[in-house]
Design a binder for this molecule. Structure first.
Ligand code: H57
Length: 429
């Protein structure tokens, strides 16, 4: 099944206001953590192909066999402060954690369903409470992933056909007994919530999606609803999982992606993307108007895999000096992709993100606005000579920057152009 990109929905004034922090943030941490994290992608000694958090579905594991995993859930090394700090160190401004994924297990203390991390495990702690406190301290927006449609534990939830008879399912009972009560808990017991990240809209009707959206907004009007509430009713849009858009996007977008091949922890998945690719992707997405929600899958001990931590720290080092060219920016008025890199803009600044070493005589066609200065964002004392002219043959405005002798730094070097006004581009370019 292909959950394709949804169109940017028409919005109400509430969502416009709620989107402000999210638009500026540009970079967030996704955390997939649930019972299947214990199995690390293996069931009965066998590696299960595909996404680790889809194991229950892939192997058609009966609830009677899967649910007892809760008795093994004891993440001794869980440290909410460390997780929140990791997001801050990476240069992120929000965190989205699985409050309930498709397997139906609530990763917080739910009174609505005893199948939850406090009541059903020997651990007995509420990681979302702890994370809420640590996020608040660091001014990180806390957001909850909530699987509103697929639920393989509730008898009326979608897609568990091996335990429950499809013909007897009453989706309304699932919404009434589980979805609405749990959303109420999540939106009343953890302070202000940045967003409910709904996912995988496959069976709910437009009317049901609309009721869920309204339920969220009635409890917390500033809380965003992700595009995957379905039926174009979210506050913003998402491409498919791990899909990188090739063009500039109109409206508000968020691209969610993994660092390896799976969301939940999988011991055998070593397909780690090089950090240079992750940074380039962050730049590419910002230049096209999309947020980047980058995932980690902590293990059964509550530890984020070392390769993920390493990459987030490296991204954070880049963001610490170049974050100004990402956060709070919008795409430039130019076409989005250049062979040399990408552009973002903020007010009277135009940021050139070079993916490699810039040409000694770099030329940009079509910028009509006067350039006052060009400097290295990471070291503003490093200035470059700028010449503006008009191509006598075509009348196209030309900008030349002299990079002679300049050695760029990997993977992306940002040059900040200070302009006399917001950048304007000639129509023809
Ligand atoms: O939470 C992560 C990510 C953010 N979205 C979820 C994933 O677990 C995956 C949604 N995947 C879309 C999808 C829809 C139907 C099935 C996958 C196994 C067999 C059939 C399928 C998967 Fe398909």
């Amino acid at each position: 099944v292909d959950v394709s990109a949804v169109k940017t929905p028409s919005r109400n004034p509430d969502s416009e206001k709620a989107l402000q922090w999210w638009r500026k943030a540009r970079f967030g941490l996704f955390i997939h953590w649930s019972l299947s994290s214990i199995k690390a992608g293996e069931w009965k000694g066998e590696v299960v192909p595909g996404l680790a958090e889809w194991m229950m579905f892939q192997k058609k594991i009966p609830v009677a066999e899967f649910a007892p995993l809760a008795q093994e859930f004891n993440p001794r090394k869980f440290d909410a402060a460390a997780w929140a700090q990791l997001a801050v160190d990476a240069g992120m401004r929000y965190v989205v954690i699985t409050a309930k994924h498709h397997e139906g297990f609530a990763m917080y203390h739910s009174k609505a369903d005893p199948y939850n991390v406090v009541d059903a495990t020997p651990w007995g702690r509420d990681p979302l409470k702890e994370l809420a406190k640590e996020c608040r301290k660091r001014r990180l927006k806390l957001c909850f992933y909530y699987s509103q449609d697929l639920d393989w534990h509730h008898p009326d939830g979608a897609w568990n056909t091996w335990d429950y008879d499809e013909a007897k399912k009453k989706p309304e009972r699932y919404l009434r007994e589980k979805v609405f009560p749990q959303l109420r808990e999540l939106l009343t017991q953890y302070g202000s919530i940045g967003m409910i990240w709904f996912d995988t809209p496959l069976t709910l009707s437009r009317a049901q999606s609309r009721r869920i959206r309204k339920f969220v907004k009635d409890l917390q009007p500033q809380c965003l609803v992700s595009g995957r509430i379905g039926h174009g009713l979210g506050d913003y849009s998402l491409p498919r999982d791990n899909f990188l858009p090739g063009a500039r996007l109109e409206g508000d977008w968020e691209t969610c992606a993994t660092m390896n091949d799976t969301w939940g922890y999988k011991r055998t998945d070593h397909a780690w993307k090089p950090v240079d690719n992750l940074i380039t992707t962050l730049v590419d997405l910002a230049s096209k108007g999309s947020n980047y929600l980058l995932n980690v899958g902590p293990d059964a001990d509550g530890v984020v895999p070392a390769p993920s931590v390493k990459r987030l720290h490296q991204m954070g080092a880049w963001m610490a000096v170049n974050g100004e060219a990402i956060r709070g920016t919008t795409p430039s008025p130019f076409k989005p992709e250049f062979s040399w890199g990408r552009m973002t803009t903020k007010g009277r600044s135009l940021f050139l993100h070079f993916f490699g070493r810039p040409e000694r005589r770099f030329r940009l066609h079509g910028l009509k606005t006067k350039v006052r200065s060009a400097a290295l964002l990471a070291a503003p004392e490093v200035k470059f000579a700028v010449t503006q002219s008009v191509d006598p043959a075509t009348g196209t405005p030309l900008l030349d920057i002299d990079f002679k002798g300049f050695k760029s730094t990997r993977p992306v070097t940002v040059v900040k152009l200070q302009l006399a006004a917001a950048p304007e581009v000639e129509e023809r370019t």
